[in-house]
Write a protein that binds this ligand. Structure first.
Ligand SMILES: [Zn+2]
Ligand SMILES: [Zn+2]
Length: 128
């Protein structure tokens, strides 16, 4: 993959945030640097960056839109069911589900998707 200026800026903007933004959200901040860029171009470049393994694409069960993450190392997420906010969710680094599940049902386990959901601190404060 060729690292074009556009891609570099999109990657930098994604790395600046911990929000796991949608392409739309990212488009708003990328546009401050590249006023003529289109949402489609941002989306296409995100797909290319994800394919190259430089970012992660997150598909959440209850969320309608694809989210993007600049942290590619293994980590799980928690999604707020009230506002849709997504945060990183720390897991015991010694936990190794591939090893734990080895041989169950005769499967060779290649990976897993562990998704948590709940209410974020701000939404929790609203419901009293
Ligand atoms: Zn919330
Ligand atoms: Zn994350």
């Amino acid at each position: 993959m060729r690292m074009t200026r556009q891609r570099r800026i999109i990657l930098d903007e994604l790395r600046k945030t911990k929000d796991h933004p949608t392409a739309d959200m990212l488009y708003q901040s990328v546009r401050r640097h590249l006023p003529r860029i289109s949402l489609g171009t941002v989306y296409r470049n995100l797909e290319i960056l994800a394919e190259a393994g430089m970012i992660r694409k997150l598909e959440f069960g209850g969320a309608s839109r694809m989210r993007f993450d600049a942290t590619v190392s293994r980590h799980s997420h928690i999604r707020c069911v009230a506002c849709g906010r997504i945060d990183d969710f720390p897991l015991d680094p010694d936990l190794n589900p591939e090893e734990y599940t080895a041989g169950i049902n005769g499967y060779e386990v290649l990976g897993y998707n562990l998704e948590f959901y709940g209410r974020c601190p701000a939404c929790k404060a609203k419901v009293k």
